[in-house]
Design a protein around this ligand. Sequence first.
Ligand SMILES: Nc1nc2c([nH]c(=O)n2[C@H]2C[C@H](O)[C@@H](COP(=O)(O)OP(=O)(O)OP(=O)(O)O)O2)c(=O)[nH]1
Ligand SMILES: [Mg+2]
Length: 342
Amino acid sequence: MTTGPSRQVPPAGSLPTVHVVAGVITDTRGRILLARRAPGRELAGLWEFPGGKVEPGESPEAALARELEEELGIGIDVGAPLMTVPHLAPSRHLRLDVRRVAAWRGSAKGREGQALAWVQPEKLPRYDMPAPDRPVVAALLQPDHCLVTPPPDLDDEAWLAGLGAALDRGVRRVQFRMPGVDADRRRRLLDGALRLCAGARAQLLVNGDAALARATGAGLHLPSARLRELDARPVPPGTLLSASCHDADELALAEALGCDFVLVGPLRATPSHPGQPGMGWGRFEALRERSSLPIYAIGGLSPRDIPVARRHGAQGIAAIRGLWDAPATPAPRRAPATSSRS
Ligand SMILES: Nc1nc2c([nH]c(=O)n2[C@H]2C[C@H](O)[C@@H](COP(=O)(O)OP(=O)(O)OP(=O)(O)O)O2)c(=O)[nH]1
Ligand SMILES: [Mg+2]
């Protein structure tokens, strides 16, 4: 279900945008450095990835190097972008641009009186952090793609082999969706899928059927119509819960129910939703900035779109065909040409 586009676009007001760059600094044991915002500052007491505001005319890379020198006394090599989170605060749009730190020199000290902590990645969720950091922590810990299963043709073994192949290619989060398949067959396929996912240490969430999820110990995915009917979490905490959302109301509902993550789309027009135009990354961001849930973009996307999804604040992509069909094999490499291109 979708509502009119007018509800999905932020108010026309001209709030300023504040560009903040922050670094994921790791030590040789894989721990990540957090800093605690000092008393008297905004968001005092919350933990954050060290960094600060990009100054006018400054590149994000230069800003990150300057901030980490000022705040921690270390020199750094800026690494790969992790994600950029657009976030709507009462008085401004924030863009939290998070980079990995490829290498650093010196010993990190809280030069502005802030406490520091080296944190095992899996313990990050225990730290109280600003709202825009929640999707960043999810990006560090959770899969960047989520397979939504296509229904089987006539051959169940072929479908299970297809799931096995997707798991072999690295899928670790699976939404088990079986529209139009009768209950007995669905249960047999689910048992097979659960075995394969357990073997690959992948998560599985059953689409729509809370009783089936509870009976099998699987997670639960709520289609948006189901989400709108609920006023309490339909599975216990600790059981994975996700939802499909198309507008800000549904995102707020998903957050209130304690969903672990959501799928938002369609990002592009797809054959599975004929007649529905894609929202594009602009409207995706307008939703993203009102929520702190991890969000997979869905609709006509494939693993190639993960970097662009991350630049718009997505956890990554969810897809049916884009993750089920084996990627086209790259054309055979020719012998290197004698001339070089840069
Ligand atoms: N550094 C950092 N800032 C964050 C994170 N999450 C988050 O919402 N923010 C917000 C808090 C602040 O409103 C803003 C960063 O501003 P800041 O106060 O650190 O800026 P700064 O280091 O340049 O310090 P200042 O000179 O402006 O006081 O971004 C995060 O993980 N790291
Ligand atoms: Mg700072």
